[in-house]
Design a protein. Structure first.
Length: 319
């Protein structure tokens, strides 16, 4: 499928990850000593006042949107191009970029990045535009919903460091996804937008990923019965509310389940036909290690696969 092929530039842009849990914490020990003694109190007050409060941006509407274009103004016969000829992404990072998107008459974007737009609460400016290959929605401190986003079948998406994001939409037309990454978005509790996804797989020149880290997602039932392609990695880390995995079919490279404090049931992995790489189930305090081992025993592993099951709940799995 043509729209599954990402450029090598996109692959280079993908952050390399390990299975070790990362934390996003500010270390104040290095810079606090630099504050003058008389200004120390004011420094702490300034920090306390920042939080996640919505920044007042006078060029946004009261609801935090910039515009809601008429879909009829867009043509599906042309693409919105990056401003920089040397770039492959259409980037939205300020008022000028939003204005350009709002006024655009083309209805397609190959690669999109929306990053660090202060005050923006939705993606309505993208109304009438279809993302053909991939979208990265990153570090938007006030983004609450992805309303306006529309992904094409075969595309992939990355949501990261959107701390106020609650509602994800835009995958309703996607049956095959090349990647889905949701990181450091602790307000997101459900992924019904993925209900139509039947397969997650990469291409010849890139690896597909399904990765969730530091979210409030309670279950993955919308993905029940999904098939993973042989070039896919599954990472589930620090999802505080996740209790059970859906039935997952197909083949997979690596599986990592780490520090999901309420996870108790991973039986859905028994339907996998093959795991070619590692199988790591670590530090899931409600998941019994014996249950994880039972699941591992039911999976066909490559002869060089590494199985790591440790620091989970103790106890017997027999009544």
């Amino acid at each position: 499928m043509g729209n599954l092929r990402h450029s090598t530039k996109l692959q280079a842009n993908e952050l390399s990850r390990t299975t070790q849990v990362s934390t996003m914490a500010y270390n104040t020990s290095n810079w606090l000593p630099l504050l003058p003694a008389t200004g120390l109190l004011f420094g702490f007050l300034a920090i306390a006042g920042c939080g996640n409060q919505a920044k007042e941006v006078d060029w946004l509407k009261e609801d935090g949107s910039y515009c809601t274009p008429d879909p009829q103004q867009r043509s599906e016969n042309c693409y919105i191009q990056p401003e920089d000829d040397d770039d492959y992404e259409v980037k939205i990072k300020n008022k000028e970029d939003l204005s350009r998107i709002c006024d655009a008459t083309c209805g397609k974007i190959r690669y999109l990045r929306v990053a660090a737009v202060e005050g923006l609460r939705d993606l309505k400016a993208l109304t009438g535009i279809k993302i053909e290959e991939s979208a990265t929605i990153s570090s938007n401190p006030n983004l609450e919903t992805t309303e306006g986003l529309r992904m094409s079948d075969g595309s992939g998406v990355r949501f990261e460091y959107n701390r106020e994001l609650e509602k994800i939409s835009g995958f309703e037309e996607v049956e095959t996804s090349s990647s889905f990454v949701l990181e450091d978005s602790p307000q997101v509790e459900e992924l019904s937008t993925l209900s139509n996804v039947e397969k997650i797989e990469g291409g010849e020149d890139f690896t597909a990923r399904f990765r969730m880290e530091n979210t409030g997602v309670k279950d993955l039932q919308p993905l029940d019965g999904v098939t993973f392609g042989s070039g896919t990695w599954l990472y589930l880390l620090r999802n505080r509310s996740l209790e059970k995995l859906p039935d997952i079919n197909g083949e997979i490279i690596h599986i990592t389940l780490q520090t999901n404090e309420r996870l108790t049931d991973i039986d859905g992995l028994k339907n996998l036909s093959k795991v070619h790489g590692s199988f790591s189930v670590i530090n899931n305090k409600s998941l019994k290690s014996c249950h994880a081992q039972e699941v591992a025993d039911a999976i066909d592993f490559h002869e060089e696969s590494e199985i790591r099951i440790r620091d989970n709940a103790s106890g017997s799995c027999t009544e």
